[in-house]
Design a protein around this ligand. Structure first.
Ligand code: ADP
Length: 280
């Protein structure tokens, strides 16, 4: 595997003295879909904003494709073409009079010819299923549509990595699953994706590559099974099992019915485990 982004002993202190990141060593491998799981205030957004130099490390370093990130204008522009960040609140990202102009902003800033800028914006809108709102004002869109347009704005720059800060926040359950499906499809096409979330029910459906952050430190990295079967991590990070896992925990603790695979974490795994038991 090729490491596309790495942080070494990364620390960050806000001007008011808050130590938001406390020495994070992290590697993002090309082609993966990874989730950063942690409660509000754990440091997820602060961490992400280091990936393309929006925040500058207080100490330690960020490396993109093996090269330390520099903070001059040219290096930052390059970094932002490679690593695109979709903010949690699309209103922080969308500002142009129309959706099309908004999505075109990134490629335009890259200095591409006008034709290519337009084509990239149109393609990106099509990819996220938002071609039909190209001429609308971004602030007239629904929450889910805004998220899709914000994603299109990043896609139009054709980054290698797309980082999304809580991509499902504020969406209804259908909107959340359809955004996650879109990210899953983009990853299947080869894009490296990293999301932050505190949604333990959603994570096992889309990513088996998890990092748990607490108080500005990554306390464990592993598969969903590794994380959700580690009581110390669950307690330290104040996580609960996904609902479906809780059902199987109840079978175990209250009825002595134990499934050898451990607690299933998705409906699909629960179905398989039950079917195996019933047909045994
Ligand atoms: P998360 O994204 O996991 O909710 P954040 O990265 O937003 O966490 O916050 C991490 C810590 O940094 C929290 O203690 C938060 O209060 C603090 N913090 C975030 N933004 C600022 C800021 N602009 N100034 C001072 N402290 C901040």
């Amino acid at each position: 595997m090729t490491t596309i982004l790495e942080t070494k002993d990364l620390t960050f202190k806000y001007p008011d003295g808050t130590e938001a990141l406390k020495g994070i060593n992290f590697k993002l491998e090309e082609g993966t879909m990874v989730a950063l799981l942690g409660h509000n205030g754990a440091g997820k957004s602060t961490f992400f904003l280091h990936f393309n130099g929006i925040n500058e490390a207080t100490s330690g370093s960020v490396e993109i494709e093996g090269k330390p990130l520099k903070y001059d204008k040219k290096s930052l522009l390059e970094a932002r073409q490679k690593i695109g960040i979709v903010f949690q609140n699309p209103d922080d990202q969308l500002f142009a009079p129309t959706v099309l102009e908004d999505v075109a902003f990134g490629p335009m800033n890259m200095g591409l010819p006008e034709d290519e800028v337009r084509q990239r914006a149109l393609d990106a809108l099509e990819k996220v299923g938002m071609s039909h709102v190209a001429n609308k004002a971004p602030h007239h869109l629904s929450g889910g549509q805004k998220k899709r347009v914000a994603i299109a704005g990043i896609l139009a720059m054709k980054p290698k990595v797309m980082v999304l800060d809580e991509p499902t926040s504020g969406l209804d359950p259908n909107g959340a699953s359809s955004i996650m499906q879109l990210l899953y499809d983009l990853n299947a096409e080869g894009m490296t994706i990293m999301i932050s979330t505190h949604d333990v029910d959603l994570v096992p459906l889309y990513s088996d590559n998890l990092h748990v952050i607490v108080g500005g430190q990554i306390i464990k990295s592993g598969t969903c099974k590794d994380i959700f079967s580690d009581p110390e991590v669950m307690e330290e990070a104040d996580l609960r099992l996904p609902w479906i896992g809780q059902l199987f925990e109840k079978f175990d603790k209250e009825d002595g019915i134990v499934f050898e695979e451990g607690y299933p974490l998705t409906v699909g795994d629960a179905h398989d485990a039950l079917l195996k038991r019933i047909t045994k």
